[in-house]
Design a protein around this ligand. Structure first.
Ligand code: SF4
Ligand code: ZN
Length: 305
């Protein structure tokens, strides 16, 4: 039996059952729902302001491609806004080449300018090279630090007023849970805002489940590269991701309630300025929590090898 959409008088066949909301949605109402959540999040966080020049971090995967598409669609009539995409080539054989090709395809289709930068040019080594060293930490740890550094720097050089990243609800609650497990209150707070000297980050998809972002991409006809990073499974995050998915399957709504709990907790976390002196990295001059920033530490480690 075909299940019908639960919205108003809509009789279209449902394409999704949102267990956490109890709704069955047809394609059109599902797309509406995803875009409504994105717009609400952007309004709530004052993410998009007049005359913004927004750099979208584009990997070519489903999330960032969906984000770029949604921004272009939602703000089609805002002539004061400018969007462009930044892609980072970390140097992960096979995987990144395919997703970057996808990034080129989607930016061409959406008529958005794409700037691609590589670890090899910027730092003198690829992530594959880092991974081959057999360091104790998983490649993702290095990848994340270096990619953030590169995005910040390039976005600033390109005159961006904001950097939009495609973190979805799953990514966000994984980070929250990771930092709870590690007891890292500093990072826990930083998920919601960083020091002023960085180009502000916005996360329009942070209240949308990963599987809904994927379905949104699919029904919107967005080209998707269905390939996974070979290093992903080595990370601590991957373990947390599996655990949270199991919780969500058995107890629908777990991810949303974790996010709500985190937002309540935020008001009790101290602000950065109150508990830490503002420092700069001795090597690169970027804002840093210690004498040498994490990225420069990695670069030094690679150079010393
Ligand atoms: Fe980098 Fe890890 Fe993401 Fe792969 S999964 S691109 S190594 S952060
Ligand atoms: Zn540095």
């Amino acid at each position: 039996m075909t299940v019908r959409c639960s919205k108003g008088n809509c009789k279209n066949p449902a394409i999704i059952h949102q267990k956490y909301s109890g709704l069955h949605l047809c394609e059109a109402h599902f797309v509406d729902d995803v875009e409504r959540k994105g717009k609400k999040e952007m309004r709530k966080g004052l993410m998009v302001e007049r005359d913004d020049r927004i750099a979208v971090a584009l990997s070519g995967g489903k999330d960032s491609s969906a984000l770029l598409y949604m921004l272009k669609k939602v703000f089609y009539d805002r002539n004061d806004l400018q969007f462009f995409a930044i892609a980072v080539d970390e140097g992960i054989k096979d995987f990144r080449m395919l997703t970057l090709r996808n990034a080129e395809k989607i930016t061409k289709e959406l008529e958005i300018e794409l700037f691609t930068f590589s670890f090899a040019d910027e730092f003198g080594f690829t992530l594959d090279k880092v991974a081959s060293k057999g360091f104790e930490q998983a490649p993702c740890t290095f990848c994340g630090v270096l990619r953030r550094k590169m995005l910040d720097k390039k976005a600033r050089e390109l005159g961006a007023t904001k950097v939009a990243t495609a973190h979805n609800l799953d990514d966000e609650v994984q980070s929250i849970q990771l930092n709870y497990i590690r007891g890292d209150m500093d990072r826990l707070r930083r998920l919601r805002g960083r020091r002023e000297e960085f180009v502000p980050r916005i996360k329009p998809l942070r209240n949308i489940l990963e599987k809904e972002v994927a379905l949104y991409a699919l029904v919107s006809g967005i080209p998707i590269a269905t390939i996974h990073c070979p290093y992903a499974e080595r990370s601590f995050r991957f373990t947390v991701k599996r655990m949270l998915n199991e919780f969500e399957m058995k107890h629908a709504g777990t991810k949303y309630s974790l996010m709500r709990g985190y937002e309540r907790l935020l008001q009790f976390l101290p602000t950065e300025q109150s508990n830490k002196q503002l420092l700069r990295c001795e090597r690169c001059g970027e804002a840093s929590a210690s004498g040498v920033c994490k990225a420069c530490e990695i670069i030094a480690r690679m150079e010393g090898d």
